[in-house]
Write a protein that binds this ligand. Sequence first.
Ligand code: DON
Length: 585
Amino acid sequence: MRRPLALALAVLAALPAVASPAAAAAPAPVGADHGMVVTAQHLASEVGAQVLKDGGNVVDAAVAVGYALAVVFPAAGNLGGGGFMNIRFADGRAAFVDMREKAPAAATATMFQDASGAVVKGRSTDTWLAVGVPGTVAGLEWARDHYGTKPRAALVAPAIRLARDGFVLAPADTSLLQLGAPDFAADPATAAIFTHGGKPYAVGERLVQANLAATLEAIAAGGADAFYRGDVGRAIAEASRAGGGIITAADMAGYRVRELAPVRCSYRGYDIQSAPPPSAGGVAICEVLQILEGYDLSAMGYHSAAELHVMVEAMRRAYRDRQGLGDPDFVKNDIAKLVDRDYAARLRAGIDAVQATPSAALEAPPPPKPEGQQTTQFSIADGAGNAVSVTYTLNSWFGLRRVAGGTGVLMNNEMDDFAAKSGASNQFGLVGSDANAVAPGKTPISSMSPTILTRDGKLAMVIGSPGGSRIITITLEAIVNVVDHGMTVSEAIDAPRFHMQWMPDVVETEPYALSADTRRLLEASGYTFREKAPWGQAAGITTDLFGEDGGGNGLAIPYLAKPPKPYRLYGADDDRDPVGSAAGY
Ligand code: DON
């Protein structure tokens, strides 16, 4: 059974290294010279583009988008959740703002287990115990204070308007609201905002969020203090108490943003700046890319058996290592080792030329050493090469699916990203370890991977996506599709995806990701496949560093897919996301 792929690899090895002719019938990216804002909701994209037009910088635009998405994309945009903001200025300055949730002071390692130590189903996702202390407002305000240029009120104003006056719902908006409707109906305060007496909204209706508008007005007037130390914070603590949760006013008042050094690595001449722990995203992306640098993916060919084999094996190893990561204030993460070229070379040496490595055969990561003690992506860039990549989330779509009292703020269920118990899996099938055990004040490990690529100091790409554990492979495949296969940013994002996360030992594929021949070759090498519905909603920007269409190989449909002239910036929102847009000017 070893022959077919061995043969294929041998043939491919003999081929000269040429760019693989990958061109898809994806829509053209949006081209622009001055600014580009890509988000999962078109009204938020327009808010961000307008801030840039009005002379705001990329951080100002990101802050305004962060607030606006909390209104127009309530499934994942948020004030009651958390996330990461990755900033890169054209002069080389970089900042990574960690605004992810933290466990309340009363949290314990066994809070999601029963008396016998069994994990209680639903407790970490569907109860007030699932809620982490939210970080979004603190993070947006930190970013604005330290890196923005515009007054707070100007950046919150568009969100206030959209909440107070409402916005007209498109089909994709109502589909999302329908998803949450049964749970909204169970909570009167939530039902009053997101349903008509328990019934879902219809297309063309206007969603008005008066309570959220009042909360945003309080933030515009009083900043993060109004949210954490004022009436809003007290209302969140009270809603938590009334619902059986443990968040107190002191937890709210004590929330602190962290600024962390981004994870860095290079791949085929591109410098990558991505998310450090408490995200596993940047480490895993860099680890995979360091392994892949030893293979000529371009010559192997887009989604060939040879390419899938080495990419899946690299993913398998990086997700195995992901399991050992935790909040850097609690666990020592050996980032330098995991993104090191020599380590990658050792891992590469363990990849058989033909056969799949069974996941169980990989040694589990060593136990962590204690140290002292539904998500959305937006990508923003301007013509000068400044960029911001943000992924933030309530975790599940609409998080807990409950607002906190009269605040209009939907709360997260981010505590599910902790390991409820060592060895137990969370809602994304990720296996938990002690490095990610619940502890007071601790942040659960994340896969969110807001990423920025540069080359010789020039901006090349801004990328990221929602998708739970798949965020890492979505972001990675978009990078490989542009860098190795010469795709435009829209082709790279729209291309069918595959995913492997060590455990379970299966390769997930979107429909049409593999030809039947390729699949058979890989099955003969020991792979098991599971086809899944398409996943993720990547938001990406490339620049003219990749050529006239920001990527691409000249094979685009001439009258349709190619922008009429070279631009500095090319933006694309995932075609899997029906209501997002790239807004450029
Ligand atoms: O931080 C994480 O990795 C998860 N809370 C992300 C959740 C997510 O992407 C859900 N959306 N599809």
